[in-house]
Write a protein that binds this ligand. Sequence first.
Ligand code: KE4
Length: 419
Amino acid sequence: MNKTEKSVELFKEAKALIPGGVNSPVRAFRAVGQNPIFIKKGIGAYIYDVDDNQYIDYVCSWGPLILGHANPRVIEAVKKVCEDGLTFGAPTERESQLAKLIIDAVPAIEKVRLVSSGTEAVMSAIRVSRGFTGRDKIVKFRGNYHGHSDGLLVKAGSGLLTESIPDSAGVPAGYAENTLLADYNSLSSVEALFETCGEEIAAIVVEPVAANMGVVPPEEGFLEGLREITKKYDALLIFDEVITGFRIAYGGAGEYYGVEPDLVTLGKIVGGGMPLAAYGGRRDIMEVVAPLGAVYQAGTLSGNPVATAAGIETLMILREHPEYYKKIDANGERLAKAYEDKGYSVNRVGSLLSCFFTNKRVTDFASAQTSDTKAFAEYFKKMTEQGIYVAPSQFEAMFVSAVHSDEDIDRTIDVIRTL
Ligand code: KE4
C-alpha cells in the first residue's frame, strides 16, 4: 500500500484555496474516489509523488510529454532562453522558427498562429471558420472535447464526461444553439444536419481520433466522408489535433489518414510541455485573422520565448528521430495486447490507447458510456498501488512516450496480468 499522508495533507490545504483543490477538474480523482496524488517531480518515464512513491507515467501530462519528463535537450533550451528574458510582447525570430517547423510538418497548414492553450486554439479556429464563411453554426460530435470555450461545452467529453456533466452550467442557450451535435463515426447523423441547415454551417470540428471519451478511432471512411460533406456544402473541416498532432505521426492525423482538413488545431506536444498551442490552415482562410483580416484574436504571451524554445526543441528531436514513432507504436501495441488478453475492450491508434470496462466495441459516445466506471475505479486503485499511473478516468487516454523502456512495458504488462 502506498504512503499517501503528504498528498492527503496537501489536498486538504489546496481545497481551502482552490475550487476542488485543483486547477483542472479531472485532476481531482473524483471519478476514482481517491485522494489525488501530488507530484513532486518527473524524470523520463517516471513521476514521483510527495510521499516518494514512484510511478511509471502513462498520463504524460495528458499527452505533451512524448519525450518523457525533463528531456535534457528541452530543459537546456528553456534554461538558455530564460537568461535572456521570459517575454517581450513583441515579435521574435523563434516564433517564425516554430511556425516553419509546424508548416513543414503538417500538410494542411500554410499559415499558423501561436496561442497559449488548446482551448484558445480551437476557439480561435471556430471564430475564423465563421468569419471566413459568414455562417454561424458549427457541428461537433458527442463525446469530443475541444477545450472549455462556451460554444463547445455541449455534450463534451474529458472532464465533463468524467463528472457526468456533458453540458456546463453558465453557457447561455444562445451560444449552444449554434452548436449542432452529431454522433462520432456516424456520417448519416452529419448528413442529416447538413440536409436541414447546410447553408448555415460554418464548419465541422472533429477529433480525428477521439481521445476524450476514451480512445475511439475513426471507422473506415469516416474522416473522408466528413471531407466530402464539408466540400459539398462549402463548409470548413477543422481537425482538432491537440492530442493527435505530432503524436500518431509527425504530421498528425492528416498524414496518418491522408485526409486534408481546412484548419488544424495543435497543442500539448507542440509546446513540449509549456503553455503553447497553435491553429493554422489554408493561406486564404488564415488571412482573415487580424491584423491582416477582420477576425480578431490576440494574446499577451502568445509565442513567448520560453514556450517556443520548448516547442522548437521538441519538434526538432522528433524530426531527427522518426524511429521514435515506431517504438511508441510497438509499445502501445504490446500494452493493448496485454489488456485484450485479459478480455478488455481496447481501442488504440499508435501510442494512444484506452481499455474500456464494457463488453461492447466502443465506437462512439453511447457505447463509451456503457463502461462500468466503478470497475474502472477499482482498476485505477490497483494500478497506482502497483506503481503504474494511468488517467484517473475511464474517458481519457493512455499515452506512451519515447522513453518508456522495454522493462517499463514488461513491468506494466506484469501488473495488467494480475488484474
Ligand atoms: P487545453 O485548453 O486543455 O490546453 O486543451 C483543450 C483541448 C482541446 N482539444 C482536445 C482534443 C483536447 O484533448 C484538449 C484537452 N485535453 C484534456 C485531456 N483530455 C486536458 C486535460 C485537462 O482538462 O486537465
